[in-house]
Design a protein around this ligand. Structure first.
Ligand SMILES: *Cc1c(COP(=O)(O)O)cnc(C)c1O
Length: 203
């Protein structure tokens, strides 16, 4: 958590939404698109402190983009995407059945550790984020050689691993391991990376 020195903390938590417990009281606004951990694209969930729901918005803000509009209408100002919300409800129930967000955190930590431990001992791959800042949800890594990165992404795709190409602004690789990714998926990826390493180190 950043030290905001008394300023209101506003967070877009889309990436890590419902992947671990959050102390809601520390935030002024928590904003999250549901499309990564919770449900289908098209729904966002906003948790906002009551005193921040006001008419004091930037001049020209459309009615539709004011939180007060939605709060006053119980989130029914327009027709909401009910099917997406229904699926989110299913996921909330599933999360409870897993043991809640504490249990999800424990599972996600175990899951991410498998990949980070491999990256830390690999002779070919390395993680690109400082240890203390590592994400449980997105694991960026590189070989240090762009051609080899491209070869890895191509061979991984052929082996059935999707979307390992890194974000367009940073390159390399990125494994997204959101709530829906089981531990077995990460184990398979590490197996594949070990094989790729054996075939390509000193090659
Ligand atoms: C993923 C993400 C977005 C964008 O989501 P899209 O699915 O690409 O629309 C925005 N903000 C944060 C923090 C995210 O993690």
């Amino acid at each position: 958590m950043p030290n905001t020195k008394g300023h209101t903390l506003v967070a877009d938590v889309s990436s890590c939404f419902l992947s671990e417990p959050v102390d809601v009281e520390k935030y002024g606004v928590i904003y999250g698109g549901v499309q990564k951990n919770v449900g289908p694209a098209g729904v966002v969930i906003v948790i906002i402190r009551e005193d921040l729901i006001t008419d004091d918005v930037l001049p020209g803000t459309p009615t539709m983009l004011k939180y007060k509009t939605h709060a006053d209408a119980d989130s029914l100002y327009n027709t909401p995407p009910s099917y997406g919300i229904y699926i989110c409800g299913k996921v909330f129930k599933w999360l409870k059945k897993q043991g809640g967000l504490g249990a999800m955190k424990e599972y996600n930590e175990r899951k991410a550790k498998i990949l980070y431990d491999f990256l830390d001992r690999s002779k070919l791959f390395r993680g690109t984020v400082r240890k203390e800042d590592r994400s449980l949800m997105n694991v960026p890594f590189v070989t240090g050689n762009e051609e080899l990165d491209a070869k890895f992404v191509k061979e991984a795709k052929a082996a059935g691993f999707e979307n390992l190409k890194g974000h367009r602004s940073v390159g390399g690789m990125r494994a997204s391991i959101y709530n829906a990714m089981p531990i077995e998926g990460v184990e398979k990826l590490v197996e594949f990376m070990e094989k790729f390493e054996a075939e390509n180190v000193n090659a």
